[in-house]
Write a protein that binds this ligand. Structure first.
Ligand code: ZN
Ligand code: ZN
Length: 391
C-alpha cells in the first residue's frame, strides 16, 4: 500500500517550489497545520500533527499514537531532503515552540485559515523573547496542490476508474421499495469493497421529490415507481478523492424529467468543451449556465459548475461565477477565479433543482491537459431507465 503514496523524491519536488515561495515572501519557515497540506508534503495522515518546513528540513511534530507511522515515513524520505520527526511530550504548542527556538528561524509563516485563535495566542506567548515571530499566510500550499503531479494523477485515474465501476454496479441494483438509507449503505459498502479507504463525503441517494435538494441526505423514503433517482458519491483512494453523480428512473420517466436531463447533459457537454489551459475557471461555469438559461432553467441551477478535487473533496480551483477581487486583501484567495493549467483536477456538475418536483445533476471528474481535458470518470451519461423494477 505504501507504494501508492508519493515517493520521497516526489515529496522533495513538492517542497522545492514551496521553499522558493517562502524565500520570496521573506519567510524562514512555514508551520503547516492543515491536515491535507501536511499529507501532500509528507505522506502523513493523522488526526493530529504539524509540519515545519525550513529551507533544508521538513520536521513532522506528532504524538506517540503515530510513532510507528512517522518512523516509516522518515525511512522512506529522500536522502537529499530527509523528513525528521519530533514527538510531542506534553503539548503540541510547547513542542513547536521548542523546535522553532532550536532551529534558529526568525520569521515563521502560519496558516491563518487553519489555526485557532487560542493556539495562535499560546504560540505567541510561548515564543515571546525568543526572536521568533509568526506571520499569517493564506492558501500557500493549496495554490501548489491545485496542479497535480504525475503520481497524483496516476492515483486519481485509478480512483476514477474504480468509482465508475461502483456507479455502474449500484445503478443496476436500484429497486422500487428500498429506502434511500439502505441504498446509501450498499454504496458505502461497495466503495470500501472497491479498494477505497472510505467514502469521500456523505453518500447522497435521493429519490422522487428529494432529487430537488442539491445536498439531500438519504432518509427513510422508499423508492417508488416513476421516481427519478440521484446518486452522488465519492471515495478516497490512497489519500485522493473522486466524486461522481448519475441519474436513473424507476420506470418510464415523465416528460419534464427527460427535459431536465437533456438540458443538464447539454450543459455538462458545454462545460467540458470550454475546458482548456489558459481559460478562466469561470468560463467553464458560464458555458454550462448559458445552456440552462437558454432552456429556461437558469434560476434552477443554484450552485457553481464544479470544484477542485484532490487530497480534499473540495479544494482549489473553484469553478463558479466570476467574482471580482476580494474586498479584503489576502482574503478570499480560495475563491479566486484562476486560469486553468494542465494538471488541474476538478468536477463538472451542472444541475437543476425544482423544489417540490425534482432535479437532475450529472457529475464527472477531469484533469486539464495541454490541449483540453481528460475524463477521470467513465460512466454513460444516459438516464438509466429501470423498467422491470421488481418490488
Ligand atoms: Zn458529487
Ligand atoms: Zn462534487
Amino acid at each position: 500500500m505504501a507504494d501508492l503514496l508519493a515517493p520521497g523524491a516526489r515529496l522533495t519536488e513538492r517542497l522545492g517550489p514551496l521553499r522558493i515561495r517562502l524565500a520570496a515572501d521573506r519567510l524562514d519557515a512555514l508551520l503547516i497545520t492543515q491536515p491535507a497540506n501536511i499529507f501532500y508534503l509528507s505522506n502523513f495522515k493523522g488526526s493530529a500533527g504539524m509540519l515545519l518546513v525550513t529551507p533544508d528540513d521538513a520536521c513532522l511534530v506528532t504524538d506517540s499514537r503515530y510513532a510507528t507511522v512517522a518512523q516509516a515515513l522518515v525511512a522512506a524520505s529522500a536522502a537529499e531532503a530527509p523528513l525528521t520527526v519530533v514527538q510531542v511530550e506534553w503539548s503540541y504548542e510547547e513542542t513547536v515552540c521548542a523546535v522553532l527556538t532550536d532551529v534558529g528561524v526568525s520569521r515563521v509563516g502560519f496558516e491563518t485559515a487553519h489555526m485557532t485563535v487560542a493556539r495562535h495566542d499560546w504560540l505567541e506567548r510561548g515564543l515571546a523573547g525568543s526572536g521568533v515571530t509568526l506571520r499569517g499566510t493564506t492558501g500557500l500550499v493549496e495554490s501548489f496542490r491545485q496542479v497535480k503531479d504525475a503520481d497524483e494523477l496516476a492515483t486519481m485515474r485509478e480512483a476514477g476508474g474504480r468509482i465508475s465501476l461502483v456507479m455502474e454496479q449500484v445503478l443496476q441494483r436500484l429497486r422500487v421499495g428500498r429506502t434511500e438509507r439502505e441504498v446509501a449503505a450498499d454504496i458505502d459498502w461497495a466503495i470500501r469493497g472497491a479498494g477505497f479507504d472510505g467514502p469521500a463525503f456523505e453518500t447522497i441517494v435521493a429519490g422522487g421529490p428529494n432529487t430537488a435538494l442539491p445536498h439531500a441526505r438519504p432518509g427513510d423514503r422508499r423508492l417508488a415507481p416513476g421516481d427519478l433517482v440521484l446518486l452522488d458519491f465519492g471515495g478516497i483512494y490512497h489519500g485522493y478523492c473522486v466524486d461522481l453523480t448519475r441519474m436513473a428512473s424507476l420506470g418510464t420517466p415523465d416528460p419534464a424529467a427527460l427535459a431536465w436531463h437533456a438540458a443538464v447533459r447539454e450543459a455538462h457537454a458545454a462545460a467540458l468543451a470550454a475546458v482548456g489551459p489558459g481559460v478562466r475557471a469561470s468560463a467553464v461555469d458560464t458555458a454550462a449556465r448559458m445552456v440552462l438559461e437558454r432552456r429556461g432553467l437558469g434560476a434552477a441551477f443554484a450552485h457553481g459548475t464544479g470544484h477542485g478535487l484532490g487530497v480534499e473533496v473540495h479544494e482549489a480551483p473553484r469553478v463558479g461565477k466570476h467574482r471580482p477581487a476580494a474586498a479584503f486583501p489576502g482574503s478570499g484567495d480560495e475563491v479566486a477565479d484562476v486560469r486553468l493549467e494542465p494538471g488541474m483536477v476538478f468536477t463538472v456538475e451542472p444541475g437543476v433543482y425544482l423544489p417540490g418536483h425534482g432535479g437532475v445533476r450529472l457529475e464527472d471528474d477531469l484533469v486539464v491537459t495541454a490541449d483540453g481535458y481528460e475524463l477521470l470518470t467513465h460512466v454513460s451519461l444516459d438516464l438509466l431507465v429501470i423498467d422491470d423494477a421488481p418490488v
